[in-house]
Design a protein around this ligand. Structure first.
Ligand code: ASP
Length: 577
């Protein structure tokens, strides 16, 4: 028997028992007359000790970091207890010591605070996974998955697997493809999501489907994007938008309660248009207010051309910041001028506590003008008004970034707070300036609001979709929609997207055909599971720490060194050389 107990479970009630533990040597401390070893396994750390007269002392001293050992001995009460460790009241007086395997010196320290940089830890991911922080994340991910399954199961959803080698079903990103040996020159695609399959399952009458499923998207490099990621993918029949919202709000609440013991409360709802108007983006962080305010009307006509000529002038009010120094305001100005934000400049109005006003545009605005602007913005004395101007969409975007940055600087984005939100009424289409045509904002299977039917011809950009997102703390956790379930409507959608009937048939003939065999009304949603885990568990948007074997920001697996060249024979068989 390799072990009688784990390294995380022994307590004072075990004192006097003989036990055998197995694990990795975290550290050997040789104090001369006493030798201590911290022995680690998945469950914790237990202290082993040897006195220098023990026949095992030499062997103990010779152990290196990360050696795998088994130690048998008696559980003793510790002379100096360690309240920080669950096993800190006891130690094992070792009587038998076996080295099960040796280890090379690891390339970084396997402790909570490691000295290893990103690349080296990715290369030796199996060592990084021994570290408590990363290990705990993955074990908690398992709990999140379990909670999801419990809920879905209780609600009658059936877990059905869908294929991984499929035909390209574009959802906005590029497909990863797999060359076919048996059909030279042809390719399978890896699914960007099981979208069409789950809809076909509804046509098949499955009624409620879900799957925790891997998806693949060949997107351009962006920080913390993974080319393969996991979704909780769901679909239901005979539902309207409200049914889907209720069902999945329930799921998110269940998971937060189960995993974090938190009651999220009912999710507020906001239209896409209001999100943009008040927060400058479609995934607002509602942990703090600081709403965007369009103030063109009150600042125009004072000969300040920058504002007069701008499509939009937008302000936010930073509470209690009127005493910002010149250095601080200069720094914020530099911050918004960075290419990532792209603003031309930043205007300030300080609402001083003595009732006076001071602005960076005093030349154009009298004290009275500034007071009017402050009143319009509902700024109080002691507040700082920050103003950006320019084209509407660009200015909103820049202001949304500035708002978040101020939220960070002012400590308003509390790591223990969760503010969920449903975002509704997304546009159905978005204009692609490069291609000079519309793209589906969500995906081409999304239905539109009946009342916007007319607009489809006259003003397609204004048509609203039956689409919805869950956002928590500024992070988009899921997207979904009520689908089109009728061949004519789906064909109409494809034609709006610029597909000829032939192209539509070539790419999507299978689903168009299926719609002719009694497709029920249906809709669904998919949650980014890695992201969901990172928010539920750490309230951070950093998915890599919640994936066992992630790829780096360049899409490489540093451990496997993939992607890589393949065998020349295989290449030939695939017709690639
Ligand atoms: N398939 C969609 C996505 O991956 C989600 C959905 O509409 O259910 O975003």
């Amino acid at each position: 028997m390799y072990r009688t107990n784990t390294c995380g479970e022994l307590r004072t009630e075990h004192i006097g028992k003989t036990v055998t533990l197995a694990g990795w040597v975290q550290r050997v401390r040789n104090l001369g007359n006493l030798i201590f070893i911290d022995l680690r396994d998945r469950y914790g750390i237990t202290q082993l000790f040897f006195d220098s007269n023990s026949p095992l002392a030499e062997k103990a001293k010779s152990l290196g970091r990360e050696f795998v050992i088994a130690a048998t001995g008696i559980v003793n009460e510790r002379a100096s207890k360690n309240a920080q460790m669950p096993t800190g009241d006891i130690e094992i007086k070792v009587e038998k010591l076996d080295v099960l395997n040796e280890s090379k010196l690891p390339p970084f320290t396997i402790e909570d605070e490691t000295d290893g940089g990103d690349d080296i830890r990715m290369k030796y991911r199996y060592l990084d996974l021994r570290r408590n922080v990363i290990k705990e994340n993955l074990l908690k991910r398992h709990q999140v998955a379990r909670a999801v399954r419990e809920y879905m199961d209780a609600q009658g959803f059936a877990d059905v697997e869908t294929p991984v080698l499929i035909k390209s079903t574009p959802e906005g990103a590029r497909d990863f493809v797999v060359p076919s040996r048996l059909s030279p020159g042809n390719f399978y695609a890896l699914p960007q999501s099981p979208q069409t399959f789950k809809q076909l399952l509804m046509v098949a009458g499955f009624d409620k489907y879900y799957q925790i499923v891997r998806c693949f998207r060949d997107e351009d490099l962006r920080a913390d994007r993974q080319p393969e990621f996991t979704q909780i993918d769901c679909e239901m029949s005979f539902v309207e938008q409200e049914d889907v919202l209720q069902m999945f709000e329930g799921m998110v609440k269940y998971v937060f309660k189960k995993v974090r013991g938190l009651d999220l409360g009912d999710f507020p709802r906001m239209s896409y248009a209001d999100c943009l108007k008040y927060y400058g983006n479609d995934k607002p962080d509602l942990r703090f207010e600081m709403k965007l305010q369009e103030i063109k009307e009150v600042v125009s006509g004072k000969n300040f051309k920058v504002f007069d000529d701008a499509e939009a002038v937008i302000a936010i009010v930073a509470e209690g910041c009127s005493e910002y120094t010149r250095k601080q305001t200069d720094e914020l100005t530099e911050w918004v001028k960075r290419p990532q934000i792209g603003a031309g400049g930043l205007v300030f109005i300080k609402c001083n506590t003595d009732g006076t006003f001071k602005s960076s545009v005093d030349k154009f605005y009298s004290a009275d003008d500034l007071k009017k602007i402050a009143e319009y913005c509902k700024a109080k004395s002691g507040d700082l008004i920050l103003i950006l101007s320019g084209p509407l969409a660009k200015t909103r975007k820049a202001m949304s970034e500035l708002r978040l940055e101020l939220g960070n600087r002012l400590g308003l984005r509390n790591a223990n707070e969760f503010k969920p939100l449903w975002v509704l009424d997304f546009p159905l289409l978005e204009w692609d300036e490069e291609e000079k045509r519309f793209n589906a904002m969500h995906h081409p299977f999304t239905s539109w609001k009946n009342e916007d039917d007319e607009l489809l011809q006259s003003n397609p950009g204004a048509v609203r979709a039956n689409a919805y997102d869950v956002v928590i703390n500024g992070v988009e956790l899921s997207s979904g929609s009520i689908r089109i379930h009728n061949r004519e409507k789906q064909e109409k959608m494809f034609s709006l997207l610029g597909l000829t009937p032939e192209e539509a048939n070539f790419k999507f003939g299978f689903i168009l055909n299926a719609f002719e065999y009694g497709a029920p009304p249906h809709g669904g949603i998919a949650f980014g599971f890695d992201r969901f885990c990172s928010i539920v568990i750490s309230n951070l948007d950093y998915i890599r720490d919640f994936i066992a074997f992630p790829k780096n920001n360049a899409g490489r697996d540093m451990m496997l060194d993939a992607p890589s060249d393949i065998d020349s024979k295989l290449k030939k068989d695939l017709g690639l050389s």
